[in-house]
Design a protein around this ligand. Structure first.
Ligand SMILES: Nc1ncnc2c1ncn2[C@@H]1O[C@H](COP(=O)(O)OP(=O)(O)O)[C@@H](O)[C@H]1O
Ligand SMILES: [Mg+2]
Length: 357
């Protein structure tokens, strides 16, 4: 070591931008700390420019139970960074289960019927659509990769390896400035067995928030992934995150997030009728009851909100029963009738003296 005077540095200190990103992701994603922290770390590496050349900025394999936030995490990251969840290029692998469907992704070779009409989804221009000089990257999501065909697999391996993709017409797409996220609903059966008390928890009630249970889930899922995916693939993965089973407490928080998002949606809607709403605790319990099955995580919660709140609200708007500036109170009636919608009487603005009763 040199004898020059040295000052101690703090390599754990994050930049404001990375910290802000992490905070905002924590506000949106519940109970998946590892995923949030790892994404924030990768973003910091991107900001500092220390990502590897000639391959994607980074890649993640998100595994674990259905409805635990794997897809949502990527969408939320894009909402924060690009202002819209649409910024992610999302490939639902199940839609490309057959090799001939791959042409929608990469286009067809010259001379093929429809060659000119098919704009490949993974074209350079699509990839760069939301980029800015400050955010010169794209999130690419390969969703539910266990459903991918062999052709899609080899395409994915090439992208992970070299950050390049050859389209049907032989042009090359540069995929180095990407963060590749792959999700897999792998090991679901193993998790179900654990939840049913099949392994190691015989007879006892499972506490999914328990550390030991979490470790068992991790081990089960990673083992299932190793069995399912080839070593060539697993060796190319930078980091694997096993998402946790959501607890009731997590799902309650997600409901609050979704309700706030709905209020925002009403205020930012293209329609003229903007109004506020509040919802009683009993009504929330009803939505939770209708929208939650712990085996499906929070997957049905959104659907319950659409069915029991958004659709009735749309009727109220379209039939002129609520107007701009109204305040709606939503309560629970009973199991058969479901929710009740009440409109608060507009407050009289009293200027000067009180009105005589
Ligand atoms: N951890 C979570 N934090 C916030 N919302 C979540 C979380 N998990 C699930 N959700 C909600 O449930 C929906 C389905 O989750 P999703 O991310 O599609 O599940 P999957 O893990 O199967 O990809 C999301 O759109 C979101 O509304
Ligand atoms: Mg998903």
């Amino acid at each position: 070591m040199s004898t020059a005077i040295k000052s101690t540095l703090d390599p754990s200190k994050k930049s404001m931008a990375a910290e802000r990103f992490e905070e905002q992701l924590f506000e949106r994603i519940v109970g998946q700390d590892q995923a949030v922290e790892k994404l924030a770390r990768l973003y910091q590496i991107y900001l500092a420019g220390l990502y590897p050349p000639q391959r994607p900025i980074g890649n993640f394999l998100f595994l674990g139970p259905t409805g635990s936030g794997k897809t949502r995490t990527v969408e939320a990251a894009c909402e924060i960074l690009f202002g819209t969840a649409n910024a992610v290029l999302k490939i639902d692998c199940a839609e490309y289960a057959h090799s001939h469907e791959i042409s929608r992704l990469i286009g067809s070779p010259p001379g093929y019927l429809g060659h000119r009409e098919t704009t490949p989804y993974l074209s350079q221009s699509n990839l760069e659509r939301y980029r800015t000089p400050e955010l010169d990257l794209t999130f690419v999501l390969f969703d539910e990769i266990e459903k991918a065909s062999d052709t899609l697999w080899s395409l994915l391996l090439g992208i992970l390896d070299k950050g390049r993709l050859t389209l049907g017409d032989n042009t090359e797409v540069d995929m180095t400035k990407t963060i590749i996220i792959m999700t897999g609903n792998i090991g679901a059966q193993g998790i179900e067995k654990l939840l049913d008390g099949g392994i190691g928890f015989a007879g006892s009630k499972i506490d999914v928030a328990d550390d030991k249970f979490g470790q068992q889930v991790n081990a089960t899922v990673i083992e299932a992934a190793r069995r399912k995916f080839s070593p060539e693939f697993m060796n190319r993965i930078d980091s694997t995150v096993v998402f946790k089973n959501l607890t009731e407490c997590h799902i309650r928080k997600i409901l609050e997030i979704e309700l706030t998002a709905l209020q925002r949606r009403i205020m930012q809607s293209s329609g003229e009728t903007k109004f506020s709403f509040e919802i009683s605790n009993n009504a929330k319990e009803f939505l939770l009851h209708e929208g939650v099955d712990l085996k499906y995580g929070a997957r049905h919660l959104k659907r319950a909100i659409e069915r029991f709140l958004v659709y009735p609200m749309s009727n109220l708007i379209s039939t002129g029963q609520i107007h701009y500036g109204d305040h709606l109170c939503i309560d629970f009636l009973d199991k058969d009738k479901g929710l009740e919608f009440l409109k608060e009487a507009p407050k009289l603005k009293v200027i000067g003296e009180a009105l005589p009763l």
